[in-house]
Write a protein that binds this ligand. Sequence first.
Ligand code: C5P
Length: 234
Amino acid sequence: MNDSRLIVALDFSSKLEAMMFVDRIEPALCKLKVGKQLFSYCGPDIVEKLIAKGFDVFLDLKFHDIPNTVHQACKAAVNMGVWMVNVHALGGQEMMNAARSAVPSIGNKHKLIAVTVLTSTTDNDLKKIGINITAEDMVYKLAGAAKESGLDGVVCSAQEAVGLRRELGEEFCLVTPGIRPANTETNDQKRIQTPFDAIKSGSDYLVVGRPVTQAEDPLASLNKIVDEINSARI
Ligand code: C5P
């Protein structure tokens, strides 16, 4: 496994588009995330292809179902050989325990993490669905539950990383989407931070999609973000 802290979200709608991008990069540069978009178009085949090329793959399908179903889905992810897989913490602790029992923690070959509150969600969005606590408080609650279930970490916003690191310890893995370099389009993301600030806040892995994949020159954008991450790690 390489020590890159960047995970590029391969949010493409075909194998051709995804591989046109992947063929221009090396596994040492970044890890790759296959989410609902690419997986729904291409299935496990694309995951296996990326792993065969030497990339660490994060399968971001955010499993959220009854415990037995999530257990079986996690087992399938492990069989595909993914480096990281996730469930949705809102599924509760029994579901997270079932996921944990499907993903061996020994050997640290696979990381199992839980999504807390999507980085596109605000306090107001939560209020509208009857949740009357802040997104930040909700993240803390769900991250605590994930840790109690023995998960390796959570997906959260880098804005919550400092506090989570303090509460949940150095070993707990913090994966942060909602990353936007200064002066770039925020799209639908709301709880955002720059690559530099995210590293300084204690994020372990930064997930970046559109700022790279939709850029005029994806490789140049990718290299710029890698440089920004490296400058924060000095
Ligand atoms: O294009 P952008 O950088 O906003 O992409 C972020 C990626 O991270 C998307 O693939 C999205 O599905 C994923 N993600 C997220 N927020 C979460 C979990 C995953 O944005 N909480």
